[in-house]
Design a binder for this molecule. Sequence first.
Ligand code: NAD
Ligand code: MG
Length: 396
Amino acid sequence: MSRPQQITVLGATGSIGLSTLDVIARHPRDYQAFALTGFSRLKELETLCQTHRPRFAVVPEAAQARHLQARLQDAGLDTRVLAGEAGLCEVAAHPEADAVMAAIVGAAGLRPTLAAVEAGKRVLLANKEALVMSGALFMQAVRRHGAVLLPIDSEHNAIFQCLPGDYGQGLQRVGVRRILLTASGGPFRETPAADLAHVTPEQACAHPNWSMGRKISVDSASMMNKGLELIEACWLFDAPPERVEVVIHPQSVIHSLVDYVDGSVLAQLGNPDMRTPISHALAWPRRIDSGVAPLDLFAIGRLDFQAPDEQRFPCLRLARQAAEAGGSAPACLNAANELAVAAFLERRIRFNEIAGMIEHVLARDAVQPVADLDAVMAADTRARVEARAWLTRYAC
Ligand code: NAD
Ligand code: MG
């Protein structure tokens, strides 16, 4: 009998990390948690280590690592606890790890995810911000190091499932006309523009269909999530931005579609539960049970579609502009958005100021080519400096 596949879960304490561990636990003969990483909920990380008994755990600071190491030893575990970004990169690139779930949120996931890519791993990509920031470099590294990149974002996983195996030859060569990226529209889909100034972080985080981390929940409410996903789709499927269209689909049952030149439109459907794309990517090209309930079309009854409203949700327009500008623009967009979302969650700015802050940062930054990771990080730093200056001037 072959040994279980060893899975590093970057961001194990988060929403995607926990769903990944749920799927792994359903298939103990096929998958085993190799390394678990956490950033803030370290008590929960300890509990996860007791349940999954990984070879490694990673926490932010050395003192936290010593503390967790002692606790795990007392509990009879031989898990080794590492610290910081170096620890994250070590478990991502470890020769005994077969696959890496990249589920850290934001720019913090870039270096560890790239470490997994450069080690030629099977990389399950949830951390869309890493790809948005470093697009061309990331995809070059995938090719150069023979990594297998599988999308976890439900839309991109759906598109991947609707494309032929040889789509890497180019979308036009395989007859694709458009990619249709579905969006639920988030909790403020019907909210009048004037009311968007008064919505709270709690309302923004109460997504109608998906249960997710706070940052992506706010991104979904502002539709920046769809903007980041548009950029993500361009890189994953080598599509120009004009071939990716956003469709509001409030039920979140169709996870995305591919429109072919012969008039065929292929879609992937399912209940909105991230364990489906996680199971798909873990087992690909096989299929395994994910624990997700079968889709009940009679209970759903109908599927609706609308065009997105870029007046009320300007983040989508800003992301499309950044995709078209290329170079440092997406890294700049991402960094400005991370700070804007954090400021909104801290109640320092209003929800409808998120887009204005990002637009200001983008306008101040001349787009530059990004030849290497240093250039990406420089763009990220420039944008954060500019975003902080904006916050000092305008935020509470
Ligand atoms: P989350 O906030 O629930 O979890 C984030 C994880 O990252 C946690 O384990 C946290 O400890 C870790 N983390 C946070 N800051 C860190 C740092 N500075 N250094 C190291 N680790 C850090 O987020 P989530 O909802 O699980 O999303 C994770 C990623 O997956 C995001 O990029 C998100 O866009 C993407 N994604 C999530 C969903 C979803 O349904 N939740 C769907 C599609 C894509
Ligand atoms: Mg998504």
